[in-house]
Design a protein around this ligand. Sequence first.
Ligand SMILES: [Zn+2]
Length: 216
Amino acid sequence: MLFFYGTGTSRLLTAPLLTTSCTHCGITGQLSATVFSRYVSLFWTPIFPFGKMSVTVCGHCQQTIAKLKQMPESHRPPVQALQQQARYPLTNFAVLILFGLTLVFIFGVGWFSDPKPVTALSAADQPVVETGVQEGTRYKTIGMTEEGTYLLAEVTRLTADTVYFKTTGLLHGPLTAASATLALRDSVPAGVPISKYPRNLWHFLVQGEGRFRRIN
Ligand SMILES: [Zn+2]
């Protein structure tokens, strides 16, 4: 990656040197000093300032002196005072401030945001897993659209987060342990022998919504 780094200047202040005489034309009260900050930049955006520089300009003869060392003795005390007084603007730290704000945002969200109350979670977000479920556990569905009909489900395998199960087709009539065993053997739809749900969805079906009722 190509990084465009460099240096830049920004003007901090300009002030008249009211009591200082121009050494070129001799006029007093026409000098002004401008203090600049110098900063290191990345992609033309300031990272941090590393110093100040001052320029004096005579409004009468236009003589410009761009370095403190080259200024006559009489210019230096007021220019140095102005230079010390000048504060670096926050914009000179733009990249550092952005970086800091980013860190505050990243960590601040974690520090200051309240954890969601459990009751506010929707069923699909329930972190609770169904603990009663075991391999071989059978369930009957409750509240099917057609009165007196139901499906059976039998858990075939469990992992930490997933419930694997097989279901029967739509059944009706009285349910006994024997009829359940027969249905789970003979009524399992072809092509989808095993389904799987996340455990939290299983918990929702059994405990939350209550559409799965355990029968063994
Ligand atoms: Zn002058």
